[in-house]
Ligand binder design. Structure first.
Ligand code: ZN
Length: 335
């Protein structure tokens, strides 16, 4: 009787999502979407970057009418400055991305949603993108979501709990918005603060993260960025205690290593010699992060294996992956 009452209560308990869709309980940790405006914004920005670097454009310009070509080029022109800014660190781009993520596929964006120049450029570009590329981009995004979401939702409660325990952080209560997008920045995925009602906003390009195991791991790696400020604080506090300076990206390598190891365990791949966590498989540690990988294998793996406690493992890791703090030799010159 009691169990039945709880079941009825849970069925009634739904959460209203960003665009008004009711979310079931399984969706409350991650909310996947394939959003026209998020895709268009990232695509126009990427085309502006390609044009700036004389790289081949993806929009099939020869298939566009003369009027479409002029309109499309003016939209790309409007993104020339935005193309130079960081998708992760620039507040302007983060604000635009979060505002667009709440829009359905209306014919045009409403006035005031984002800054006027960007709004006008996107509204001009929309019919052209919709006619020439969006059907294919949408198909790829939806296939990726269909392949990725069920496995993420199945494992999310256990895996986010294990990650929070391993990092010694509080996992966010609000959902993480995951946008599948035709472009996902320089490495194909990134995470920023999210729109109201979310803990973070991840953008992933299915074309760059298409392998199913890599896609699964990257969702949880990106989700770990929602707590990266807490991880940095723990590392910095330990470094201050030791009077050392952590190597740049120690926090990020720790995040890659921990999410890779815990994903491997959650998928029961520990004994599968052919399974490699993302950072090993795709050479993340091979681009100047070798000392970080060595420190993590030596000092952090025993902690993840339950052989060393968190404070001791963190102390050893910071000691092995840092440089001695040195007083500046001459006063810093103001820039
Ligand atoms: Zn990362």
């Amino acid at each position: 009787m009691r169990a039945k009452a709880i079941a009825v209560f849970l069925t009634a308990l739904t959460v209203i999502g960003l665009s008004g869709h009711p979310l079931c309980a399984a969706e409350t940790q991650f909310r996947f979407q394939d959003n026209f405006w998020v895709n268009l914004h990232h695509f126009v920005r990427a085309e502006a970057r390609r044009r700036a670097f004389n790289a081949p454009l993806v929009m099939p310009m020869s298939a566009l009418s003369k009027a479409e070509k002029a309109t499309w080029s003016s939209a790309v022109d409007a993104y020339a400055d935005l193309a130079k800014l960081s998708l992760i660190f620039d507040e302007r781009l983060v604000r635009i991305n979060n505002a667009l993520a709440s829009q359905g596929e209306a014919a045009a964006l409403p006035e005031g949603l984002v800054e006027p120049g960007v709004l006008a450029a996107l509204n001009r570009a929309a019919p052209i993108y919709r006619a020439h590329l969006w059907p294919e981009h949408r198909r790829l995004n939806e296939e990726w979501i269909k392949a990725t979401r069920p496995r993420v939702e199945q494992h999310a409660p256990a895996l986010t709990g294990a990650l929070a325990d391993a990092y010694h952080v509080q996992w966010p209560k609000k959902p993480i918005l995951v946008d599948a997008s035709c472009e996902g920045g320089p490495v194909g995925a990134y995470t920023t603060g999210g729109p109201p009602g979310t803990a973070a906003h991840t953008v992933i390009a299915p074309s760059q993260v298409h392998d199913p195991d890599a896609a699964f791991e990257i969702v949880f790696h990106e989700a770990s960025h929602s707590v990266d400020d807490q991880i940095m604080k723990l590392i910095d506090a330990e470094a201050v205690r030791q009077g050392v300076k952590p190597l740049p990206n120690l926090w990020h390598a720790l995040l890659f290593y921990t999410s890779g190891e815990l994903v491997k365990r959650e998928l029961h791949k520990e004994k599968d010699a052919s399974y490699k966590p993302y950072a090993y498989r795709f050479g993340v540690y091979d681009r100047g992060w070798q000392p970080l990988r060595a420190g993590l294998e030596k000092d952090w793996q025993p902690y993840l294996d339950g052989k060393v406690d968190f404070p001791h493992a963190l102390a050893k890791l910071v000691a092995d992956c840092s440089t001695k703090e040195e007083a500046p030799k001459k006063p810093a010159t103001p820039l």
